[in-house]
Structures are given as C-alpha cells and as structure tokens.
Design a protein around this ligand. Structure first.
Ligand SMILES: *Cc1c(COP(=O)(O)O)cnc(C)c1O
Length: 351
C-alpha cells in the first residue's frame, strides 16, 4: 500500500512468555515470586470511587513521591514517576538523547535499549563486554551522545563497582548518563548518592522486581531537579495522565512497608546463593549474580536443549537465540520450593 511508505516501522521488543497455565513454574521474566507487601491488598479495599471518577493527581505531587523522597533521602524535585521503568526509560531516551553522536551501551544488555534508539532515530554504538561479561569503563570515554547501562547488568547479573560507575559518569559530564538499577535491591550498591555531585546522572528503578508489583507498572527516575524537569516537560507533552490513581495508592502502600521489602529481598538473595551452589553442582557456569536471576551455561549440554526440555517439564526459563549469548539460560530466582523442582528437573535433563 502506498500509505505504508510513511509509516514509522519498528522491530518491537519481545518480552518473555506469559503462559496462561497457572501450573507453570515461571522463571523466565524476573518477576518476584512473593506477593507484594500485605498493606497493598488492604489498600485496595480503601480505594475511593470519588477519586476514581476524577483525573489522577500528577505523580510528582502525590504521597508516593513524598514517600519515595523520604525513603531515599532526596527532594521531591529529584523524582520522576512513570508507568514502569520502561515508560521512564523510553521518555528518557526521547528527552536526553538528542545528539547526533551515538549513545553508548553494552553489546549484551537489556534488549529494549536498541528498540527505543531505533524508534526515536537515535544513533547508537554497542560496546563489547569483556570475556567475563563485565562492562569495561574505558570503552565509555569516546565522544558520544549519552550513555546507558543497567547495574547490575541484565541479563548477565554482573555488578559494576560504584567507583567504576562514577568513573563513567565523571568521564561524561557533557551528556546524560542513565544507570538502570532495576535489580539493585538484590545486593548491589546504588549510585544514587552521586546525583548530588553529577547533575547529568539519572538513576532509574522499578517496583516490578524487588517490590513484587510488575503488574501495577510503577517505575521512577532520580536525578538533579533540572533533569527531572526536562523529563516532566516531555511527559506532559505526550500524555499528562500516565499513572493511574490505583497504582499511585498501591505503590505508596508498598513503600510504607520497609520491613517486608527488606525481608523479601533478603529471602531472594539467600535462594540465589543456594541456586548458585546447586547449578554449579549440576555442571553450570555463570558469572556471580547480583540480580534475582542467574545467567548460566552448561558444560556439555546446549542451552537451547535444556530450555526446551525444561519447558516440557512445565518450567519456563529465558533463552535468546542471539550471538554471544545463545548458549546461556537466564533463570529467575523463584521460591525455594520452585527452585527445588528446577534442580530435580535439571538432574534428570543434564545431571
Ligand atoms: C525489568 C527491567 C526493566 C523494566 O521494568 P518495568 O517493569 O518496566 O519497570 C528495565 N530495565 C531492566 C534492565 C529490566 O530488567
């Protein structure tokens, strides 16, 4: 059709499968295996029909923003809240990566980055991780239009030390550096304190992993008031009401329960440490993980085969048929019970 010449064509991001079968052991999309804080469910009953009738409040003026500011000991002007960190990151690409120079990110990383770059016609260059899947900070010293990387990186789980993160931020004062901390609560150290020193640093986090609320779609960015203002300007030029009233209320309930949050993260870290021992025993190798997942490769069985055999056994993990990572599986940390079933299945498949 003639009209198709003027259509914006993109290759979309492909998320992991969401099977309808409730019996599947779902270790493929890094969701938290535990429910959200108990206060979240209580808050549902308290939602007001009157508030539902009205347009929602602006997220930056809600109690959720206050609560996050208090939790992280920053100002409300340093926080932007969006519909999951995918919304926040997508807006950040649109807002901050307007240079003709390439945006830099790792060759093995969150596979949404090149999708957004393509969508917004942003030039980019991928920088190779080293043999151990670590980011090489020295690769991020060339002239560029911005930098983005997750820490810990996905899907590798490799954590970069704070001093190295700072090295990258400090070497790139003329562009915006985005650190995607989707998994930082599972044992890493956040670079958040650096936002007071570096007004070009944007730290992005999410409720989807450590706060067990992937279905509610809440993400946030923290940075200098100037960065946050630019993000808000673009957001209000696209869609003023991105965050719905219920999500804002339920997110607040989650932030209020600090004890539950910390215990839940600690539980996942403990299961992950045991999973690393078990997978090692079963013949897997992997970089030490700081996320709620392990990026593993088996010493004598191809990853694709293990992936398929696990699936036949009702256990879903993530596999990518992509250069450099096509012999790896990304296994999300589930409950101890789910993980025991995984080990038993793996003993049969490749033990
Ligand atoms: C899961 C994930 C996100 C997005 O999560 P949302 O559910 O959109 O908040 C962003 N970055 C990385 C690296 C992720 O793994």
């Amino acid at each position: 059709m003639k009209w198709e010449e003027n259509v914006r064509k993109v290759v979309p991001y492909t998320p992991g499968e969401q099977p309808q079968d409730q019996n599947v052991i779902k270790l493929n999309t890094n969701e938290n295996p535990y429910p959200p804080a108990p206060g979240v469910m209580d808050r549902i009953a308290e939602l007001s029909p009157e508030r539902m009738r009205l347009y929602p409040a602006f997220p930056e003026q809600t109690q959720l923003a206050w609560a996050l500011a208090e939790y992280y000991q920053i100002d409300r002007e340093q926080i932007f809240i969006g519909v999951g960190s995918d919304d926040v990151l997508s807006l950040a690409f649109m807002t901050f990566f307007q240079s003709k120079r390439p945006v830099l990110f790792p060759d093995i990383t969150y596979s949404f980055y090149d999708v957004w770059a393509d969508l917004y016609r942003i030039p980019y260059e991928k920088k190779a991780l080293d043999e151990q899947f670590a980011i090489r900070p020295e690769e991020y010293r060339q002239p560029n239009g911005g930098v983005i990387f997750p820490n810990p990186n996905a899907p590798t789980g490799v954590l970069m030390e704070l001093s190295q993160v700072e090295e990258i931020v400090a070497a790139n004062r003329d562009v915006v550096v985005i650190v995607d901390e989707a998994y930082i609560d599972f044992g890493g150290t956040s670079c958040l304190p650096l936002i007071d020193t570096y007004d070009n640093l944007l730290v992005v986090q999410t409720f989807s992993k450590s706060r067990s609320m992937a279905g509610m779609r809440i993400g946030y960015a923290m940075g200098s008031p100037r960065l946050i203002k630019y993000l808000n300007d673009v957001k209000y030029a696209v869609n003023s009401y991105t965050m719905n009233y219920a999500a804002l209320q339920l997110g607040l309930a989650a932030v209020e329960d600090v004890t539950y949050f910390k215990e839940c993260c600690a539980k996942i870290v403990r299961t992950r440490e045991r999973a690393q021992e078990q997978l090692h025993r079963l013949g897997f190798t992997f970089p030490k993980s700081y996320g709620n997942f392990i990026f593993a490769s088996h010493k004598n069985m191809p990853a694709r085969e293990i992936f398929e055999r696990l699936k036949e056994n009702g256990i879903y993990v993530r596999y990518w048929d992509k250069e450099r990572i096509d012999d790896h599986l990304r296994i999300t940390i589930g409950t101890d019970e789910q993980m025991e079933k995984l080990y038993r299945a793996l003993e049969k498949i490749c033990g």
